[in-house]
Design a protein around this ligand. Structure first.
Ligand SMILES: Cc1ncc(COP(=O)(O)O)c(C=O)c1O
Length: 387
């Protein structure tokens, strides 16, 4: 009895592995990116009421119709083309499913998909699951800028898609105009499909504004835009995401979704609509709170002796531990992260686990800070006491 070749090409998620290690050692979990603060009451109440009111069966495969309508209206405005709730929107079980749906819908066996590294750990498996090959383009510490020449050099005759995540996990980068121009040129010159992961579209710092890459006129016809609700509304366990795809791809994506998950949870989709209808003040308060969390996280890291740049978006920071005044500063990222989790009581993710390219991510661990200030303070106490 043998496994498929496909599943031998990747392993289980290192991030979720670190969460299990954190649970075993009762460490403060700054490894996996999920909030430990409360979800807005009104979102919870809608879900509970929907369950109590009997909305417990399958909904329309593509999504709960009023939610499709809401997303279509939001993205018509954001992308600048008429997104139809009947055709272009698919509600998925998280962004993770959306990415795999998109990969399965556009990649043929043997195709290549460009993935910027460091990359969220679901990106490379998405290509492998489609019997395609992920082709890495490295972003180099400490500034993690996208190098246009390297991006160009990664294209081959087999390249079919480019997967872009902005705001970016794990670097905290928000790709700027010059970087986005390079992406646009490479996509157009090589007739590629652009798949975007915009799950952190509401978490940008210092007045930065999120611009969906698919809103660029030249990219509209060839961009699959993926977003999610887990991070913005602190409901990562509800597994809610969505794909906005132009006509060329929408039906294919729906077919994959139809036969993998049938539909996302009905009562939770109803609550998602409540979430998307929250007033502007919700986002302002959330963003203000994230600025506070980022400030505290950076203060702790700098104070302890990590070298790290302030994130521009999302809620992660890549921290270089090689200057720490501790013998463990010589360790490779995985043993360092394991030591920090089991002995110091603060769980992080080894930086090299975000790269497939050898030699990258050395001396770096990722901290996730979507946490209550008291959680971050408690982590800070442990770090200060041990480093
Ligand atoms: C960039 C990125 N994409 C996708 C995901 C997963 O999203 P979801 O929980 O909606 O599947 C995450 C979660 O951390 C992420 O950081």
């Amino acid at each position: 009895m043998r496994l498929s070749h496909r599943v031998t090409q990747f392993r289980e998620s290192v991030i979720r592995d670190m969460t299990r290690l954190a649970l075993r050692h009762e460490a403060i979990n700054l490894s996996q990116g999920f909030p430990d603060f409360a979800t807005a009451d009104v979102i919870l109440e809608t879900a509970v009421k929907a369950i109590r009111d009997g909305f417990n069966q399958y909904t329309l495969t593509w999504g709960y119709p009023p939610l499709l309508e809401k997303l279509a209206a939001l993205y018509s405005e954001r992308l600048g083309w008429e997104v139809s709730p009947e055709r272009h929107v698919t509600v998925t079980c998280g962004v993770s499913e959306g990415i795999i749906d998109a990969a399965l819908a556009v990649l043929n066996p043997g195709d290549e998909m460009i993935v910027l590294e460091p990359a969220h750990d679901n990106f490379r498996p998405a290509a492998y699951i489609a019997n395609a090959t992920p082709v890495p383009v490295p972003l180099e510490a400490p500034d993690f800028r996208l190098d246009a020449a390297r991006l160009r050099a990664a294209v081959s005759s087999r390249t079919r898609a480019l997967l872009l995540n902005t705001p970016h996990n794990p670097t905290g980068r928000v790709f700027d105009e010059a970087e986005m121009t390079a992406v646009t040129e490479v996509v157009l010159e090589n007739d590629l499909v652009l798949i975007t992961d915009e799950i952190y579209d509401r978490i940008l710092y210092d007045g930065r504004q999120h611009v969906s890459p698919g809103s660029r006129e030249a990219l509209r016809e060839r961009t699959i835009t993926i977003g999610g609700l887990g991070k913005t509304y602190a409901i990562t366990g509800w597994r809610l995401g969505y794909v906005i795809a132009p006509d060329a791809f929408a039906q294919g994506i729906r077919q994959i979704h139809d036969y993998t998950t049938v539909c996302a949870a009905t009562p939770l989709q109803m609550a998602a609509l409540t979430a998307l209808n929250l007033p502007q003040s919700y986002y302002e308060e959330s963003l203000q709170a994230y600025h506070g969390r980022r400030a505290l996280m950076m203060e702790i890291l700098w104070d302890v002796g990590f070298a790290a740049r302030e994130p521009e978006g999302a809620y992660y920071v890549m921290a270089d531990y090689t200057g720490l005044n501790a013998p463990q500063a010589q360790l490779a990222p995985m043993p360092f992260a394991q030591w920090l989790t089991s002995e110091v009581g603060v769980a992080v993710v080894p930086g090299d686990s975000f790269y497939s390219l050898p030699g990258y991510g050395a001396g770096i661990v990722r901290f996730a800070y979507p946490k209550k200030l008291e959680t971050l303070e408690a982590a800070g106490e442990r770090l200060r006491a041990n480093l």
